[in-house]
Design a protein around this ligand. Sequence first.
Ligand code: BTN
Length: 268
Amino acid sequence: MARPEGQCSAKLDVDRLNSLLAGCDLAKHIIYRSDTGSTNDDAIAAAREGAPEGNLFLTDFQTGGRGTRGRSWHAPRNGALLLSSVLRPEPGIGPPALTRIAGLALCGGLRSSTDLEVKIKWPNDAVINGKKIGGVLVETIGTRPSAAIVGIGANLNFSAAEIDAGDTPVTTVLDETGRSCDREGVIAAVVIAIARHYRAIRAGDSLLSEWRELSAILGGWVTLTTDHESFRGTAVGFGTDGGLVLALEDGSRREFQSGRVIDWQAIA
Ligand code: BTN
């Protein structure tokens, strides 16, 4: 589908990003490449070479963007939020907490800069009215681990018809609002929110209440698939580490640490 007249976005303005993110602990060093394979791969390679916390990788276009479960992540040039942040978390702050931080930041950043009612579909999707607008891919390096990469992608200034999202219903800021948003402004809002939530987690806040508040599925009837099975039940809560608790059809309760919610009855 052709892009609407006048909606074509420009390359990221790195000077503006540096100024919007001045003083942000997670944007001490912005590494921008107009094209790259995957910002997560760039961040992993840099972290392996000793890149400290605060390195932030940004691009306008990925040729090998990666999503969860080995899926690929597509976005047209100059239209998306594509970022990877290098963190050096202390032991105890693992992928579930980092996914929570990133999901909250993505949701909050999109809300504050676009006014859209973005919610979180456990564990790592940002959704509007059942359609995915963004996602989070957290990867760790080493066994301790020595570093974690928080990768985030969000569909901003293009139409969902322009991308191949497989069987996932997707949407974009442009499709939802009819106009392009300020890409640097959204990126800055998301990165500043990651830094704020990361400080909160390090100070001992689980962020579970914010996570509950922004959940798209809590209280709803969901179908969840794991590698081997499928479960149906009501989403009744989250465990202390962010696992999804379902009240299953047979009356039992079960907490899932991973899985994919493939269908859910959205709640008002
Ligand atoms: C998902 O499957 O929902 C997670 C998508 C994460 C995509 C982002 S785009 C920036 C970063 N680089 C990647 O290769 N993946 C993440």
